[in-house]
Write a protein that binds this ligand. Structure first.
Ligand code: GLP
Length: 270
């Protein structure tokens, strides 16, 4: 895992947007896995700016969102489809027919979930999976105890998640009890993962994810098994990391490598 610690939420968003933009520029017909929640909002704002001011072109990209609340249709203001339209899709030039969000109102969920997985495969798999993290360490809606090999399916939300998300619904009783979510296994199949976290409320989850054991109790910890994960956090979310000094050192080396300053790293000096 590459751990990048930024000063604040704004620089976390800028960094994440740059990584996503690089992916889109390098492979215009890439497949992006997208996330919802408050954390990705700054990144989406920055991507919209890059589209408008620097002609970042999404016209050949395909997107798959992680999850959706069961029972909410695309016009419900708290549905994740609505979130994606209003916070990203309506402001960039992505082809609407290639933006996928799980259907929260399917009648046959088993078939709908199977089809979602198939569509990801047919698109060639996810090149870059963007992720937030729940306070309890969940990714997408893979609540604690989710199988680390899980695929897209229905999931019962925990009380903690319902409480955390009640602020968007105006009360806990209005939050759906179920969600349809890609699995941890689906996420691990992505070629690269980009996990963001900001604020002190995520500090414990980030420490467990990066430095704790791999466990289904913290589904984000499964990312330790992935080949290419970048975690971008602000100072507050990083505050409980024990090996912080080392992550900073690695990042300095990474910067030198990217700038071709190899001699400063002792490469080719002997
Ligand atoms: C929900 C979403 C997750 C998201 C999490 C954290 O549970 N399903 O994908 O990471 O919320 O949201 P926030 O960024 O608002 O803290």
């Amino acid at each position: 895992m590459r751990v990048v610690i930024e000063r604040d939420a704004e620089s976390v968003s800028r960094k994440a947007a740059r990584l996503i933009a690089d992916q889109v520029r390098r492979k215009p017909d890439c497949v992006l896995g997208l996330a919802t929640g408050s954390t990705p909002l700054g990144t989406y704002r920055e991507l919209i700016r890059l589209h408008r001011e620097e002609a970042l072109d999404f016209s050949h990209a395909t997107t798959f969102n992680l999850d959706e609340y069961v029972g909410l249709g695309p016009t419900h203001p708290q549905s994740y489809r609505y979130f994606m339209q209003s916070n990203l899709f309506d402001h960039i030039n992505v082809d609407a027919s290639r933006t996928y969000v799980p259907d929260g109102r399917a009648l046959d969920f088993e078939a709908a979930c199977r089809l979602y997985e198939q569509r990801i495969k047919d698109a060639g798999g996810i090149d870059l999976q963007f992720l937030g993290i729940g306070a309890d360490g969940h990714i997408a809606f893979n609540e604690p105890g989710s199988s680390l090999g899980s695929r897209t399916r229905l999931k019962t939300l925990t009380q903690e998640t319902i409480r955390d998300n009640a602020r968007f619904f105006g009360g806990e009783e209005l939050v759906p009890r179920l969600a349809v979510t890609v699995g941890v296994g689906t996420i691990l199949d992505a070629r690269r993962c980009l996990l963001l976290a900001v604020g002190v409320g995520k500090a414990a989850a980030i420490r467990e994810t990066i430095e704790g054991p791999v466990t289904a109790q913290i589904t984000a910890s499964a990312l330790q098994l992935h080949r290419e994960v970048i975690v971008v956090v602000d100072e507050l979310a990083a505050k409980d990391l024990r090996r912080r000094a080392y992550y900073d050192e690695v990042e300095q080396s990474q910067q030198l490598l990217e700038r071709g300053r190899l001699r400063e790293l002792g490469i080719g000096t002997r």
